[in-house]
Design a protein around this ligand. Structure first.
Ligand SMILES: Nc1nc2c(c(=O)[nH]1)N[C@H]1C(S)=C(S)[C@@H](COP(=O)(O)O)O[C@H]1N2
Ligand SMILES: [Mo]
Length: 347
């Protein structure tokens, strides 16, 4: 089979081969109505205004300029207060992917395995009330309500590349703060070496949690030093708004130098452990999805090359013109985390 055909088939069918035609259909309108966007945004802004975050945030003057790539959409409202991050590497100077693409071409298997399924189905997700349980090897375990998480630290905008293991990529302005802020508050014990992340698995609101495509709940994991890295983002919003449900509302992870599947959506549990935790994709196919999953153009997936990628909205569906960068372009920031490690073995 020619290479292009193989890549299209894979992208259409997701990380597992499946026979489906819907993989690259972009729906015309977002599932989010103006009314719903407005209500979400108001709730988010109220949280910001009442919290420590609200007071210190400068206006987002350049919002329009940053969103040059975004197509007009229903419910586009006043800018959300925020400040551009000063963390090194947190603002790439590449064209921002259209909101329409980033919010309708998703992997969120709890809502279906076709790229258009999450935007179609995730409206059933209930994001209020919401909490994250902190467990394991920490001095201060316990439950953090979303309202408390939202004001734990000032919100920042992080413009990151996102590279899915399947070979497509985008550039998204996320909103959140470094996960390290939360980790410091709960005080990991000296014995904690890893952090595991669990996401919601609610069969009542997530139609595919009954399926056997993955072992639910979706789990991910990082080494503690990776989790503490300033680029690792606890993310509540994108494009100046609260996260759309299909992108992992109300709170998700974004680890920009790793393949997209490390970015666990709709987080409900964070556990500190001594042993390397299990991860959903590693359990499903250990030879294809390793624990580290750092973006690496030199280490191919067993079924396809990782040397190049397709940028959503930029390249044609069949072309992967863009060279994939080592650590997704964050080598200067993160390479030292892996000094002396064999990245082929620890893929
Ligand atoms: N809970 C959960 N989180 C998930 C997934 C998922 O299926 N379930 N898919 C992952 C994959 S494969 C990718 S590429 C990203 C996609 O995030 P996005 O839809 O915001 O682009 O979410 C990741 N997080
Ligand atoms: Mo992915």
């Amino acid at each position: 089979m020619p290479d292009w055909r193989r890549s299209v088939r894979r992208e259409r069918s997701g990380m597992f081969f499946r026979s489906s035609d819907n993989g690259f259909v972009h729906p015309h309108a977002s599932e989010i109505t103006p009314q719903r966007v407005y209500q979400q945004r108001r709730a988010f802004m109220q949280h910001l205004a009442t919290g420590a975050a609200g007071a210190s945030l400068a206006a987002w003057a350049s919002r329009e300029a940053m969103a040059q790539g975004a197509t007009a959409r229903p419910g586009k409202l006043a800018p959300l207060p925020g400040k551009v991050s000063t963390v090194s590497g947190a603002a790439v100077m590449e064209k921002i992917t259209a909101y329409q693409d980033a919010s309708t071409y998703n992997n969120f298997y709890e809502f279906g395995t076709d790229k258009a399924d999450p935007a179609r189905n995730a409206h059933t997700l209930k994001t209020d009330p919401w909490a994250i349980d902190i467990e394991g090897l920490v001095k201060k375990p316990g439950r953090w309500d979303l309202a408390d998480l939202l004001k734990l630290s000032p919100m920042e905008e992080r413009i990151y590349r996102m590279r899915c293991v399947e070979g497509w990529s985008m550039v998204v302005p996320w909103v959140g703060y470094s996960l390290a802020e939360l980790i410091r508050k709960v005080e990991p014990l000296g014995s904690a070496k890893y952090v595991s992340f669990q996401t919601l698995a609610d069969p009542k609101t997530m139609p595919f949690v009954g399926s056997r495509v993955l072992d639910w709940p979706y789990e991910e994991g990082l080494r503690l030093d990776e989790a503490m890295h300033p680029l690792t983002l606890l993310c509540f919003g994108m494009y100046g708004e609260v996260l759309p449900k299909q992108n992992g509302a109300p709170v998700r992870l974004v680890v920009p130098w790793k393949y997209g599947f490390k970015n666990a959506k709709s987080l409900v549990k964070i556990r500190f452990t001594e042993q390397q935790p299990a991860t959903a994709w590693n359990k499903a196919a250990a030879n294809e999805y390793g624990f580290y999953s750092n973006v690496n153009p030199n280490v191919d997936h067993p079924r396809w090359s990782q040397a190049t990628e397709r940028r959503l909205g930029e390249d044609g569906l069949l072309s992967k013109k863009r060279k994939t960068l080592m650590f997704n372009g964050y080598e200067a920031q993160v390479a030292s985390l892996y000094a002396g490690m064999d990245l082929r073995k620890n893929f």
